[in-house]
Design a protein around this ligand. Structure first.
Ligand code: BGP
Length: 474
């Protein structure tokens, strides 16, 4: 990897911090989601309901433990650490005029602690934690009002941390909300709860439009605050493969890949809507609220790099008789099984070559630097005699790093960094579980919230330390 390559790890505020109502923090969307499992969806409640269990309220108590945790990241040799700023710590209801100083102070200390060890913070502005007040007041990103609330938040934190943070990301996995078969993604991405009978895709396209504008305005304003800022978008890159060489499969996969993945990066990177999406909207009779000023904002706020998460790939077949998987993975319940790939116990395909594929796909399309800001292996680790031998996680990550290396060295792709998701066991986003662990560091917390919250280094901790020390070679 090139000099200065950003090796590190990633989390999101709501999945680790806890302290959900400390120091003036308001509720966020993550605070009204109960614990679930692969079999049982998380419930989204109307406010916090007494007697229900909300795993994000405690997270892994990073809010109290961050100094100890950062020391461990430093021991692994992290060059960067990706986290998000909890919007509702800064603007508790989301639309105040004045930020909450105590919330700002927490991130002052967090970033100072990172710099103490020369760890570069990489900061997501909105990572599934919209102030709940905005959901109640505006219906989340259904409303144009959200653009102003978000840009106030973005400019406040960019101004405050202009000398501490260089790398920013606007909206986490902005394309997830295209999964409209349930409420999870529209709620976490946009604070939207679908109503009976509404055209869900239309709602999501409108919300995404407001977010594209908000993102572009944040990019423009960020560059004014500090011209050295590197501001990226963040998409979930789950490539969609055609099931066969039947041209019908090829065309279907292309259409779905654009709709679920590429469309979102296209707008962020090119600053305008691609013609294929306009045609799709025309066909469906969608007249979205998109103004001339919005289009101008998009054109003036193109991102500096493409940040993306990579976990899995999906397959599409035009053959209507083929059995569909019916889950949300790879963005659509219409995906079919890939006979060449294994899956994790949570049903996620394991496809390291898919990482090389998307790196090539995105680089060829945009010729912008790429940042793999999430890649990881969720698994039920076994803690025995104070040790965790997570051999399968090491194998998973090693194989992905090898493919990334090929993309760089053999294909010429410009990759600036790689952050392993959930470098310290976080609360799972989709299920709210602890048992779906990702970390190099085990956290003694169980699905019912019990545990000491002690931190224990897994075998992968030492493996990653070697990877970073040798700049990926091993
Ligand atoms: C991404 C999110 C993360 C994260 C990860 C793993 O979609 O950006 O927040 O949690 O996926 O997903 P999960 O926690 O559901 O296993």
């Amino acid at each position: 990897m090139k000099q200065g390559f950003l090796w590190g790890g990633a989390v999101a505020a709501h999945q680790v911090e806890g302290a959900y109502n400390a120091d003036g923090k308001g509720l966020s969307t993550a605070d009204v989601m109960t614990g679930g499992s692969r079999q049982k969806a998380r419930e989204i409640t109307d406010g916090v309901v007494e007697g229900k269990y909300y795993p994000n309220h405690e997270g892994i108590r990073f809010y109290e433990h961050y100094k100890e945790d950062i020391r461990l990241f430093a021991e692994m040799g992290f060059r960067c650490f990706r986290t998000s700023i909890a919007w509702s710590r800064i603007f508790p209801q989301g639309d105040e005029e004045i930020p909450n100083e105590e919330g700002l102070r927490f991130y002052d200390s967090l970033f100072a602690e990172l710099h103490k060890y020369k760890i570069e913070p990489v900061v997501t502005l909105s990572h599934f934690e919209i102030p709940y007040g905005l959901v109640k007041k505006y219906g989340g990103w259904r409303s144009r009002e959200m653009i102003g609330c978000f840009t106030r938040f973005a400019s406040t934190v960019m101004e405050r941390y202009k000398d501490q943070v260089t790398y920013w990301l606007t909206f986490n996995e902005i394309n997830n909300q295209m999964i409209v078969s349930n409420n999870l993604y529209a709620f976490t991405n946009s604070g939207i709860l679908f109503q009976e009978g509404e055209d869900r895709e239309k709602t999501v396209y409108q919300a995404a439009h407001y977010q594209f504008v908000a993102s572009a305005l944040a990019v423009k304003c960020g560059h004014k605050i500090n011209p050295h800022f590197q501001i990226g978008c963040m998409v979930a890159a789950s490539p969609i493969y055609p099931y066969s060489c039947n041209p019908d499969d090829i065309l279907l996969a292309q259409r779905k890949d654009r709709q679920f993945n590429l469309f979102f990066a296209d707008v962020h990177a090119r600053g305008h809507y691609p013609s294929y999406i306009q045609k799709e909207w025309d066909r469906r009779g969608y007249a979205l609220d998109i103004t001339k000023e919005d289009r101008k904002a998009l054109a003036e706020g193109c991102v500096d790099y493409i940040g993306f998460s990579y976990y899995l790939s999906g397959v599409m077949s035009a053959d209507a008789t083929m059995e569909k998987l019916g889950n949300d993975l790879a963005a659509s319940p219409d995906t079919v099984e890939n006979p060449f790939l294994e899956t994790t116990p949570w049903g996620w395909t394991v496809d390291p070559k898919g990482l090389r594929y998307v790196l090539n796909q995105y680089y060829e399309r945009y010729e912008l630097p790429l940042f793999v800001v999430e890649n990881g292996f969720g698994y039920e680790d076994v803690l025995e005699n104070g040790q965790v031998h997570d051999k399968n996680r090491i194998e998973f990550l090693e194989s992905h790093i090898r493919e990334m290396e090929k993309a760089v060295e053999e294909d010429g792709v410009d990759v600036i960094g790689y952050t392993v998701w959930g470098c310290i066991d976080p609360v799972s986003f989709t299920t709210g579980e602890m048992r779906k662990r990702y970390g190099f560091i085990y956290v003694d917390k169980m699905d019912d919230g019990s545990g000491t919250y002690a931190r224990i280094k897994k075998d992968s901790f030492y493996w990653y330390q070697d990877i970073i020390r040798s700049n990926g070679k091993k």
